[in-house]
Design a protein. Structure first.
Length: 263
């Protein structure tokens, strides 16, 4: 018997074949889950459809999470299509590009609002709509990054939004725990996805982290997928409100071993 046989999973945040959400979708599907996809902007449909077809996914819906109407509509459709939802995956983050380039102190009120709305509040909004469809034993999962707790150059307002997202994970876990719904986050190490492609110096950052992390490498979407499988399955039935690191151990370091070229 597969770990997720008979389970239904709704996954938000697929943009293309590099998306972390796609890595998670593949793993959940491999282990027997029936999947639904939601993507953020109309232009992504031509990227997302072929991926959906690969997994035999027929539920593919646009939803801009900054719109309450979009969120209500997508869950009405999901209720029709799936009846119930056992797994909700939130893999969405956005800040204005200018706010990931300048100094944090320059963040505008509007830039701060947008990053918080799309990257943190959206988890609360999606959870609220999903809960009426979720039986006891269901799981909610989001994606975060180390910049929530320590300063990472240029991550700026996204770090603040991820801190709010991690706190929201704990408050949702406390709220929904009595109903048997678990809420967790995966803190992934840097991966070259669409969201990372626009970041100046991202390749250098991958090199920096891969050289220093305890496992001396970076991580990939499949490794995030495997931890997502664990957190969303009965294997993690006693785990909620947690941030689980899939980062080759980078976050445990107080000071790293000097890379060979320093010695
Ligand atoms: P990605 O670009 O593939 O995914 C980000 C998704 O957010 C896209 O699908 C995009 O369409 C969606 N999105 C943005 N604004 C939206 C809106 N208003 N409504 C609906 N969807 C919207 O990149 P990714 O790296 O796979 O990012 C997925 C998650 O993983 C994000 O939360 C990101 O912060 C997190 N994360 C990424 C890394 C990394 O290094 N790539 C590391 C740790 C955590
Ligand atoms: O959460 C993220 C990326 C989030 C992101 C990326 C973009 C690029 C394009 C949010 N908004 C936008 N807006 C855009 O216009 N990551 C964890 C990946 C990431 O981004 C960084 C990182 C890492 C890691 C930015 C600076 C420093 C490190």
């Amino acid at each position: 018997m597969k770990l997720l046989e008979g389970k239904k999973a709704l996954i938000f945040g697929i943009a293309n074949q590099r998306s972390i959400a796609w890595g998670i979708a593949q793993t959940l599907h491999e282990h027997g889950a029936e999947i639904g996809f939601s993507y953020g902007i109309p232009q992504l449909e031509k990227r997302v459809r072929p991926l959906a077809d690969e997994l035999g996914v027929t539920f593919v819906e646009m939803c801009d999470v900054s719109s309450d109407a979009d969120i209500t509509a997508v869950f009405a459709k999901a209720a029709d299509h799936f009846g119930q939802i056992d797994i909700l995956v939130h893999a969405i983050g956005y800040a204005l590009k200018e706010d990931l380039e300048g100094r944090f102190v320059s963040t505008s009120r509007e830039g701060f609002r947008i990053a918080m709305d799309i990257s943190a509040y959206s988890l609360v909004a999606l959870a609220r709509e999903a809960v009426p469809l979720m039986p006891a034993g269901s799981a909610i999962l989001t994606l975060t990054y180390y910049g929530a707790e320590k300063v990472v150059p240029h991550y700026n307002v996204m770090g603040v939004a991820k801190a709010a997202l991690e706190a929201s994970t704990r408050y949702l876990a406390a709220d929904l725990g009595p109903q048997g719904i678990r809420v967790n986050a995966i803190s992934a190490g840097p991966i070259k996805t669409l969201a990372a492609a626009g970041i100046a110096g991202f390749r250098k950052m991958l090199g920096y982290v891969g050289e220093r992390a305890p496992l001396r490498r970076n991580i990939d979407q499949e490794e995030v997928g495997k931890t997502a499988l664990w957190l969303c399955s009965d294997l993690a039935s006693g785990v909620t409100g947690e941030v689980v690191y899939v980062d080759a151990g980078y976050h445990i370091l107080g000071m790293s071993e000097p890379p060979e070229k320093w010695e």
